[in-house]
Design a binder for this molecule. Structure first.
Ligand SMILES: Nc1nc2c(ncn2[C@@H]2O[C@H](COP(=O)(O)OP(=O)(O)OP(=O)(O)O)[C@@H](O)[C@H]2O)c(=O)[nH]1
Ligand SMILES: [Mg+2]
Length: 303
């Protein structure tokens, strides 16, 4: 857990460096800082087998989903195939940013740790400020990384956490299915995260955690309520359990696939040819992010 007191740049780079040292790096590569500065990362990160997504993941329920198609978008698929046919490597790392928000104690950290580390901790340890993981995937032959930013639910850390909402491509609002109040609060969390991003620039997910705590009938009732709210939020609903692992991988594979496809299509709309797909610009937006809080002099004792 990185202390939130670090300056946001030091915090982000320290975390990224720590993450990236886990990746084999060619000896000739520029220093991480130089690569961060030019907003690119030139390295083929290793992708473990259990992060290869060959089939387009399904939604949890068609009643509240971002799209119900069964396969990748044909244009995105063609762009990846064209690159593969040309035996072109992915010279720039494609990366998207997902922020996870929600009341304290709803299970944000446990959900992320179940996916990233396959662990579950019964004891509650409140997140201080923010923490984040980078998960690397391979989607229809293309490498893709998802930065998953875990934020603190405690009120006193909100002003630190909100400094990291900016530049997100995905917003994941989490509520505890055994605590219906946390579902009502998810509107407010979404609102605060959207305030830091362009309207319509983020895919939104509403995730009900701790499904293992509910009896089947209670779970059906809670899911019905959540689906109504997800529909109004224009969000995709998922019901998961970090304790049993139910739907956790399916959820994050879905997030990664939609974020990847979105970013490939956005590149194409911006006229970035397939030879350059993979602008990796989410890092730049994060760097912009990092400069922002400093110039705003994030007042760590504002909370
Ligand atoms: N039964 C059950 N308990 C869970 C589940 N997920 C989390 N918990 C428990 O809920 C408590 C809070 O989990 P966290 O993941 O730390 O909650 P958080 O949302 O990160 O909380 P903050 O960091 O304070 O915002 C912990 O005691 C977990 O053991 C789950 O799927 N099932
Ligand atoms: Mg936490």
């Amino acid at each position: 857990m990185l202390a939130a007191r670090d300056s946001s740049e030091r915090f982000f780079l320290a975390a990224t460096t720590e993450q990236l040292t886990r990746i084999r790096r060619p000896p000739h590569s520029l220093t991480i800082m130089q690569e961060m500065r030019n907003g690119m990362m030139h390295f083929p990160p290793p992708v473990s087998r259990d992060r290869v997504i060959s089939k387009f993941p399904k939604c949890y329920t068609p009643q509240a989903c971002l799209q119900i198609k069964e396969d990748w978008d044909t244009r995105a698929k063609a762009a990846c195939k064209e690159r593969a046919d040309r035996h072109q490597g992915w010279d720039r790392l494609k990366m998207s940013k997902a922020v996870v928000v929600g009341d304290l104690n709803v299970g944000k950290t446990c959900l992320i740790n179940r996916f990233c580390k396959d662990v579950f901790d019964r004891d509650y340890k409140a997140t201080i400020g923010v923490d984040f993981e980078i998960e690397r995937f391979e989607l229809s032959g293309a490498p893709f990384s998802l930065q998953i930013w875990d934020t603190a639910g405690q009120e006193k850390f909100k002003c630190i956490a909100s400094a990291y909402y900016r530049g997100a491509q995905v917003i994941i609002t989490v509520f505890d299915m055994a605590d219906i109040k946390s579902l009502e609060h998810s509107w407010q969390w979404l609102d605060e995260a959207m305030r830091e991003n362009e309207p319509g620039s983020c895919s939104v997910f509403l995730v009900g955690t701790k499904s293992d705590l509910l009896a089947p009938e209670e779970r059906r009732r809670t899911e019905r309520d959540a689906i109504k709210i997800a529909t109004k939020m224009k969000a995709e609903f998922w019901s998961v359990s970090a304790k049993t692992g139910e739907n956790v991988q399916g959820f994050f594979f879905r997030v990664a696939s939609l974020a990847f496809e979105d970013s490939v299509l956005k590149d194409m709309e911006r006229g970035i040819t397939s030879t350059r797909i993979g602008g990796g610009d989410s890092i730049k937006s994060d760097r912009a992010n990092l400069e922002e809080p400093q110039s705003k002099a994030v007042n760590t004792n504002c909370c």
